[in-house]
Ligand binder design. Structure first.
Ligand code: APR
Length: 309
C-alpha cells in the first residue's frame, strides 16, 4: 500500500478506477480531482460510504483542488472528453491535449515525485504531452493501453477456445488505435501455442475485432466510451507499481531506440515496479509483426506532429 493515489477526472473511467483502487486497498488515501463542481465530492463520498460494506480501509475523497492531491505517489490521468459514435481517438486530440497539459502543469507543482499513468485519449499522444509538460523522466510517465488491448484480445480468445481467460497469455503492442499489433507469436493457452488451438481464419477475425474493440463499445453505448475494462487495466498498472511487483505488462513507453524507434510513445513490454517503468523488453518479432509495429509507430507520429505544446 502506498500513501496516496490521485485519479484526475471523476468521470466514468476515473470514478471506476478510484473505486477499484480503494477496494484493492492500494493506497491509504485515494483522491479524485475534477473541474466539475460537486461531482468528485459526491462520487467520492458515495464510494467512501461503500467502505463499511465492502470492507476496505482506503479513504476516498473528491475535490476540485490540487491541494489535497499533494505528494501523491501515483497519479492516474483520465481527464478529458470521451469518444462518441463515428469518432476516432484522434478526433479528441486538441481538446484533450489542452486538458492533459493543464493537468500536467498542476501535477508537476503539487506532486513532483509522482509516477503518472496516462489514460486520456488519444493515449500515445497524451502521454507525450504529459512527459513534455512535466519534464518528468520516462520512467515516471507511462501510458495505459496495452493492458486493455491485451485484455480484450484475451477475452475474445478465451471465448473462441472455450477456456478460462486466466490461461490465455498474450501481448498486444503498438499504438492504441486500429494499427495495434496483437503478437500471435507470443499468444498461448497455458503454454500451448494458440495456432494449435484456433484456426488461422478465427485468429485473424479476433485480431481484427481487438483492433476495433474500443469502437465496438462506443457503438453500443452511443453516449461515451468504455470504462470497466480501461479502469481495470489502469488499476493493474497501479498495483504493479504500488506493490513493487515487477510485472511485465504491455504499456505505452517513451522509446529511445528500442525496436529501432525513438522519440515517441508506443506499446511495448515493460517491467513495472515501485520506481515506475523499470525495463523495456525487446522481444523477437516476426518480419510481419515488425512491419506492423513500424506502421503503428507512423500512425502515432502523425497526431504527435499535429499537437501544440
Ligand atoms: N481537469 C480535471 N478533470 C477534467 C478536466 C480538467 N481540466 N477537464 C475535464 N475533466 C473531467 C470532466 O469533468 C469529466 O468528469 O474529465 C471527466 C471525463 O469523464 P467522462 O466524460 O465520463 O469520460 P471517460 O469515459 O471517463 O473518459 C475519459 O479516458 O479512456 C479515456 O477516451 C477516454 O479521453 C477519455 C478519458
Amino acid at each position: 500500500m502506498v500513501q496516496k493515489i490521485t485519479v484526475v477526472g471523476a468521470g466514468n473511467v476515473g470514478a471506476t478506477t478510484a473505486q477499484r483502487l480503494a477496494e484493492k486497498e492500494l493506497a491509504r488515501t485515494v483522491v479524485m480531482v475534477d473541474v466539475a463542481e460537486g461531482i468528485p465530492q459526491g462520487k467520492g463520498l458515495d464510494q467512501w460510504e461503500s467502505a463499511p460494506i465492502e470492507g476496505f480501509d482506503s479513504h476516498i475523497i473528491g475535490t476540485n483542488s490540487y491541494d489535497e492531491t499533494a505528494e501523491s505517489d501515483i497519479i492516474v490521468i483520465t481527464a478529458g472528453i470521451a469518444r462518441k459514435p463515428g469518432m476516432s481517438r484522434d478526433d479528441l486530440l486538441n481538446t484533450n491535449a489542452g486538458i492533459v497539459k493543464q493537468v500536467s502543469e498542476q501535477v508537476k507543482k503539487t506532486s513532483p515525485n509522482a509516477i503518472l499513468i496516462i489514460v486520456s485519449n488519444p493515449l500515445d499522444v497524451m502521454a507525450y504531452v504529459a512527459l513534455k509538460t512535466t519534464g518528468f523522466p520516462r520512467e515516471r510517465v507511462i501510458g495505459m493501453a496495452g493492458v486493455l488491448d491485451t485484455a480484450r484480445y484475451r477475452a475474445f480468445l478465451a471465448e473462441a477456445a472455450d477456456v478460462s481467460v486466466r490461461d490465455i497469455q498474450a501481448m498486444v503492442l503498438g499504438g492504441h488505435g486500429d494499427t495495434m499489433v496483437p503478437l500471435i507469436s507470443c499468444t498461448s493457452v497455458s503454454g500451448i501455442p494458440i495456432t494449435q488451438l484456433i484456426s488461422k481464419e478465427k485468429l485473424d477475425a479476433i485480431v481484427a475485432r481487438t483492433r476495433t474493440g474500443g469502437g465496438e463499445i462506443v457503438k453500443h453505448l452511443k453516449t461515451g466510451s468504455a470504462y470497466y475494462a480501461p479502469s481495470s487495466a489502469a488499476v493493474q498498472m497501479c498495483e504493479a507499481v504500488a506493490k513493487d511487483q515487477k510485472r511485465i505488462l504491455p504499456c505505452a513507453a517513451w522509446l529511445q531506440g528500442e525496436y529501432g524507434l525513438r522519440d515517441l510513445y508506443l506499446g511495448v513490454p515493460c517491467k513495472l515496479g515501485r520506481s515506475g517503468l523499470e525495463k523495456i523488453y525487446e522481444v523477437e518479432l516476426t518480419a510481419d509483426e515488425r512491419k506492423a509495429l513500424e506502421m503503428s509507430a507512423e500512425a502515432v507520429r502523425e497526431p504527435m506532429r499535429a499537437v501544440t505544446l
